[in-house]
Design a protein around this ligand. Structure first.
Ligand SMILES: Nc1ncnc2c1ncn2[C@@H]1O[C@H](COP(=O)(O)OP(=O)(O)O)[C@@H](O)[C@H]1O
Ligand SMILES: Nc1ccn([C@@H]2O[C@H](COP(=O)(O)OP(=O)(O)O)[C@@H](O)[C@H]2O)c(=O)n1
Length: 301
């Protein structure tokens, strides 16, 4: 490639020379015209202070995390031609009341990474509290989930965002009749989107007070959000017991460890409502009684 470049009539070239301590670099820009090569510019390059916002933050708001029904809705509207399934999702979204108002019974959301015990706990809570068990995305969207999972983040995340609004409609209706337990909701949508978008380590996540962690202004707010966390070894044991072969499970843990940490940290940073973090590594009975205590405390049940 360099040979082709040198053969061409005109090209620019940069050379870099570092200072002895490596903190300052001198950049020379050379311009070659015919046989003549002249230095046209000289710059100094040094390490700048860390910017207040990580550059990936600019790619989060309203491109992978949506903060209103309209913003998510508009994305799927744009997709109607190329993704016909969007029309059906939009129709369901049209039917759901915007600004669904919560009923008089408490709404409790259970969040956490996979295999942290959400299904187990939400089923027990439903029985004990004689409540309704809902999830986000709701069952009516299941048939299109794989389709949207295959789309780029802009579209995929808009689908999940609308899923929360459609679930909110069910939550509003059911919470007028009984307590409502919700398996995943907004925290999952935002935390997975942020963790996927932000490269690098935990350090690269937007800082705790960043606006990316704010709750959408028009989405029904639950009374309590519980985040289940599980020690990595216990999670591995549960996956194994669930039938995931050891080698695959170990490889997955290793490859995704950093990602999982980022998702969990993003969960913890989401505000208004923030989640109450509990260690879900103990037995099912212990986890259940701890969460029941939390519900008593937060929801007057
Ligand atoms: N507290 C617990 N102690 C031990 N095993 C548990 C506990 N909670 C759930 N499990 C088991 O761990 C596995 C994953 O739980 P599940 O409820 O399906 O998690 P999730 O819905 O978060 O993916 C299941 O096999 C379940 O029986
Ligand atoms: N409310 C929700 C629920 C799931 N999701 C997405 O769905 C994925 C996890 O959902 P899942 O159903 O496989 O999780 P489990 O309930 O099986 O643990 C995450 O990767 C999120 O990207 C979301 O964005 N919003």
């Amino acid at each position: 490639m360099l040979k082709d470049l040198v053969k061409s009539e005109e090209f620019h070239l940069c050379t870099y020379v570092s200072s002895e301590d490596g903190k300052l670099w001198q950049q020379c820009v050379w311009s070659q015209r015919g046989k003549e090569c002249t230095e046209v510019a000289k710059h100094y390059i040094t390490v700048a202070a860390k910017p207040e916002y990580h550059p990936t933050l600019l790619n989060i708001i309203n491109t992978v995390v949506y903060y209103s029904f309209e913003d998510a809705y508009r994305v799927l509207q744009e997709c109607k031609e190329c993704i016909p399934e969007s029309k059906e999702v939009l129709e369901l979204a049209d039917q759901c009341m915007k600004n669904s108002t919560k009923g008089r019974f408490p709404v409790i959301v259970i969040e956490g990474l996979d295999a942290t015990g959400k299904t187990t706990l939400t089923q027990s809570l439903q029985e004990i509290l004689r409540g309704a068990l809902l999830r986000s995305p709701p069952g009516c969207l299941s048939q299109w989930r794989a389709r949207f999972d295959a789309e780029p983040p802009l579209i995929r995340r808009a689908f999940y965002a609308l899923g929360n609004y459609i679930s909110a409609c069910d939550i509003a209706r059911e919470s007028a009749k009984s307590p409502v337990i919700v398996d995943r909701y907004w925290h999952s949508t935002a935390a997975y989107a942020i963790a996927t978008e932000v490269g690098g380590t935990l350090e690269s996540l937007p800082s705790s007070h960043s606006e990316v962690y704010r709750w959408p202004r028009d989405l029904l707010t639950p009374d309590l959000v519980v985040l289940l966390t599980v020690r990595p070894e216990e999670r591995a044991r549960r996956l194994l017991a669930r039938g995931v072969e050891k080698t695959r499970e170990e490889a997955e843990l290793e490859a995704n460890n950093l990602f999982r940490q980022k998702v969990e940290e993003a969960y913890r940073r989401i505000q208004d409502p923030a989640c109450v973090v509990i260690d879900a590594s103990p037995s099912k009975e212990e986890v259940l009684s701890e969460v029941l205590l939390l519900i008593q405390k937060h929801c007057n049940l």
